[in-house]
Design a protein around this ligand. Sequence first.
Ligand SMILES: [Zn+2]
Length: 285
Amino acid sequence: MPELPEVETMVRGLRPHVEGRRIVKASRCRCSYRPIDISPGVRAIGRRANGQLITRVRRLAKRVILELESDDAFVIEPRMTGLMLLSDPPDRGHLRFEWRLEKGTTKETPLSLWFWDRRGLGTLRLYSPEEMLIALGPARLGPDALAMTLDDWRERLPRTQRAIKVALLDQKLVAGIGNLYASEILHLARIHPEHPSHHLKASQLRRLHNATLTVLETAICYEGSTLADGTYRNALNQNGSYQNEHRVYAHADEPCPTCGKGTIQRTVLAQRSTFFCPKCQRRDA
Ligand SMILES: [Zn+2]
């Protein structure tokens, strides 16, 4: 968390307020917690970013990208608890970075964009186009989960014998899916999380492709999931609401809402909690 739907929601929230505006000053916030990973140094960032126009805001897998007119780009990875905010942060103590923006045309136009991060595991980079290609080019990052075609799934999954749930989290194979949505996607696709990826049948691959699009697009419509820890917020510091639609994630021991017969199980795969219904998602299917 945040995964693809949450980061997409952040990007959509930022875009109308940030694209086409100039950075007055990009700087690290005073923060008494362990500093987050920022590179290059804050002075080099200031030299390269201050005065630059933000030409485009986009999402790359689970990262927010701010493209500058110089062709440099900020790459912000929220990881566990990071947020990109235009409005009042949950608290000021965990503000990590500020982009002060030129004055807008109305009083309501936000003057700052912030990166806020409670746990401080998020990262912020300023990359040249060459650095971007090395760090996040096709050799490092698979196709976006929303751009994956059925042929992409057919071509990429037979390359691995790992459990499908583990493969879905491999960002080189498919980018943007994290632990929460992997469980929800496999449930909708009626695939057991431990099913070996290279043994998925044609019908299962078709269902996986459709379920990925359905779950992620619906979650974007609901502006993502705000879990019990309450951390994730959209750019205006409001909750998402897809958590109310989760069918299996964090619902262990509850009756399955899909079939009404099974009981949701929790298991651990590659050290990550995994939720599924043993009736809808049969191991021998
Ligand atoms: Zn079920």
